[in-house]
Design a protein. Sequence first.
Length: 395
Amino acid sequence: MAKQVILKQGRERSVVRRHPWIFTGAIQKVTGSPERGETVDLLSAGGQLLGRGAWSPQSQMSVRMWTYTDEQIDGEFFSKKISEAIFLRTPPVISSETSGVRLIHSESDGLPGITVDRYGDWLVCQFSTAGSVYWKTTITAALQKIIPCKGIFERSDLSVLKKEGLGESAGLIWGEEPPEVIEILEDGRKYGVNIRGGHKTGFYLDQRENRSLVESCSKDRQVLDCFCYTGGFGVAALSGGAAHATLLDSSGPALARAEMNITLNNVPEEKYTLMEADVFQALRKFRTENRRFDLIILDPPKFVESRNQIDKGARAYKDINMIALQLLNPGGLLFTFSCSGHMEDMLFQKIVADAALDAEREVKILRWLSQAPDHPLITGFPEGKYLKGLMAIAT
């Protein structure tokens, strides 16, 4: 018996528009008893084939689409998709001065649940859905053939796997064990990446272009890098000739890694200060002390994990932006970000506008900022745009 998922009447519209998620409530019937992760045919209520996807019986997203045609899902399919993704990352998207890059960006590359980042000679993969786990061996074999590398490391230590009925997994899949720290280049800057234990797959590759923009704006400025993690923006500012950079984070180990990254770039010790503290409290302390800066970066962790947290998250974003604006010298630049997918662009702009009013500062937005182009966005999947930011000047 064919393994099919048949939609309810009128529920095929999103699929026709090439949105890759099919929710449980849209399904009328399932035939053939598909296994977790197995490929199923997706049919409209009238019996029209809409494409093929991966079956996930325990998730609210019951099907994630591989294709919107009748093509077979097999090793050849994954090899083709991976090759297409690699072609997209050729220059000018990625320069020769960059050895840390996202090669596969899940749904936006037509491969739901599959993320592959390259750090020097190693690939780091995340398999976060039933379908991606089902095809893991096939995908890994294709990566070996298509992308020259020394090893492939898995970082599927993700809580979201529980929703798929799957356990977490991390470790070497193929090839040589990676060193404790892999040194990468990013637009000429050097960073050390720990792919075994760093956030995400080891580094925030999505901020690459924004770091380069900060570098271009930092000459002779007093810079404050908040939520600095391993010093991505701080290194960029110092590489751009900042007079001094203060790197602020609540994690001592992250700051230790930040100092190593600064050292990799041959920055004199007198050019930077590392400060371990709660960012909210530290910003208030700076305000009390009448400290001032010429450029401030706010790149906080995700304040909004779900829609019911939007109000709480909005208050947190407003709070840090208000105080940051109060700490800026006239003509100072603010680079402020949200990585919360549930935080919409215009709401984020409104939050910053309200923060400016409370800070009693005139603020002009110079640029909208987003994720680097190796984190593309397909038109049928707006959820793929999660990182948003503003470059603003305070007068």
